[in-house]
Write a protein of this length. Structure first.
Length: 522
């Protein structure tokens, strides 16, 4: 989690659950092995299928993985270390595998194997876990306790959203590097480092540790952008809750025509506003197949990557077509980045930014469109901003301190007490209106869930100023929120199954927790 991030369409990130049960960006071990087999056989030319049969990659990796696991001293073994063919283990043993292919089948086959793996595993959240979590190759390395031990091991962090709800109110504040976000409430990206909806069994946990803080008085100051690749599960959760709080934007990812069905599933989510992330976009989405009814926001972006050859191509014509279609439908459009391998009229565009997110490099100024839904602008639009100033402490471009009126990262003690009092007094859907005369004479309103808002402007607000921005999705990966590092002694909670769970251990983000794993084996 991070109070500040360079992701262009939000201010902050928070993750109640780290890790994921897999998707097209972090496929199963079987899918990765199949891609490697096909790539190596193709690289060997005529007769390649005879020289490299289906299952060859699995056989080699299994031997490497088992040998690496058996070398780990028993005292150094963790529950995240698996003597199994998993996607995480494939990644960590990839160099040894590629070397073995080179020795037996030559450098061309080895390069094909390496490229196939790089193309198969592209999830940035997974790669951060792979770099910071447990590894069979280096089993004693110090891991980051703010991450899941391995990406397949879904790990809960129960206090993160509640703490994020207390972060400073950004309504009315500005960001000179990102003028498109000026004036909006704080936008918090929920689940950028995994998919909190990977398991339906987590619904009670999500209701208590995510929905309740978001719906509370402090949480209602912000807009929460919840992204998932499992919109059907998001819809079921919203149904159980009788609808999401009005400050949640329900979102899903679509990467190709194969995942277009997620849009229909998202439409069933009971939310005040919905959005799509078409990033990374792998292919053109024909507009005749793109049903955007009930969708308020579309984010588009190409695939990032360290090597151009390993990143899927992104055609600028796709973005132009989507931009024009969204405008014709009155839907806010946000072009985040062109990716590592951008093309225009069939010709590759040379970009210094590996994400393609610096729009000063974009060939066509008309592409510089970064809009938010009208709903975002209307939310709390009748309130007077409590504290003017800048949205962020530092400049994304120069990394310099930016003076601002208030650098507080969270509510102060008096505000927290008042928010708690509001939550205690709030009954049913009755709105709460409060005057904060005791803390600086500021006036703020924290509406209940039944609030109706006037539709001041059905069309999206557009800001086309030419200011650069770069995308670093980590957004402060190494520094987890202070509250997640505190130990509150003698605090316990009872899980939905009656099991006593020590909250202190969860707050410490222990690498040795009693955590369920979702492991892809082949």
């Amino acid at each position: 989690m991070s109070k500040e991030t360079k992701i262009q369409w939000c201010d902050s990130t928070v993750n109640p659950i780290m890790g994921c049960a897999g998707c097209e960006l972090f496929p199963s071990a079987g899918e990765v092995l199949q891609a490697i087999d096909e790539a190596v056989a193709g690289a060997l030319g005529a007769g390649g299928e005879a020289m490299w049969r289906t299952g060859s990659a699995k056989h080699r990796f299994r031997s490497l993985i088992f040998a690496a696991y058996d070398r780990i001293e028993e005292g150094d073994r963790h529950a995240g270390h698996r003597r199994a063919v998993t996607t995480t283990n494939l990644w960590h043993l990839r160099d040894q595998f590629v070397q073995s292919v080179k020795e037996e089948r030559g450098p061309v086959a080895a390069i094909a194997a390496q490229s196939a793996m790089a193309r198969a595993i592209t999830c940035y959240a997974a790669k951060l876990h792979l770099n910071k979590g447990l590894s069979l190759v280096n089993p004693t390395r110090k891991t980051n306790s703010g991450y899941a031990p391995v990406f397949e091991q879904l790990t809960r962090y129960p206090n993160r959203v509640r703490e994020a709800a207390g972060w400073a109110d950004l309504l009315g504040r500005t960001d000179p590097d990102r003028p498109w976000i000026n004036g909006l409430p704080r936008l918090i990206f929920l689940s950028d480092m995994g998919d909190a909806l990977s398991r339906e069994s987590d619904f009670p946990f999500l209701q208590e540790t995510v929905i309740e803080p978001i719906a509370g008085a402090a949480g209602r100051r912000h807009l929460w952008l919840w992204l998932t690749k499992r919109p059907e599960r998001m819809a079921r959760l919203s149904e159980q809750l009788d609808g999401f709080p009005e400050n949640i934007c329900a979102m899903t990812t679509v990467t190709s025509r194969a995942s277009l069905d997620r849009i229909e599933q998202l439409r069933h989510a009971r939310a005040s506003v919905r959005g799509l992330s078409l990033e990374p976009l792998f292919e053109r989405l024909p507009i005749q197949e793109l049903d955007l009814r009930g969708i308020d926001w579309v984010i588009v972006g190409g695939e990032s990557g360290s090597r151009v050859d390993d990143s899927r191509p992104f055609s600028i014509e796709w973005a132009e077509e989507l931009r024009d279609y969204c405008r014709s439908q009155g839907i806010a459009f946000f072009l985040k980045q062109l990716g590592r391998s951008a093309f225009k009229d069939g010709q590759r565009i040379s970009l210094r930014d590996s994400h393609g997110g610096d729009w000063d490099e974009w060939p066509d100024p008309t592409l510089r469109v970064r809009e938010f839904p009208a709903y975002f602008h209307q939310y709390r639009s009748d309130e007077t901003p409590a504290t003017p100033g800048r949205r962020r402490k530092s400049s994304a471009r120069a990394g310099k301190k930016i003076p601002e009126t208030d650098h507080s990262d969270s509510t102060n003690g008096a505000e927290k007490d008042l928010f708690s009092e509001f939550d205690d007094r709030r009954g049913g859907n009755e709105p709460i209106f409060a005057t904060l005369d005791s803390i600086g004479g500021r006036r703020a309103q924290f509406p209940g869930n039944n609030r109706t808002r006037k539709k001041k402007n059905q069309g999206p607000s557009r800001l086309l100023k030419q200011l650069p921005d770069r995308d670093d999705r980590s957004g402060g990966d190494d520094s987890e929120d202070e509250a997640d590092q505190r130990v509150i002694k003698n605090s316990q909670e009872t899980s939905s199954g009656g099991e006593i769970v020590n909250r202190d251990r969860e707050n410490q983000e222990s690498r040795h927790g009693n955590l369920e794993q979702v492991v892809f084996e082949f």
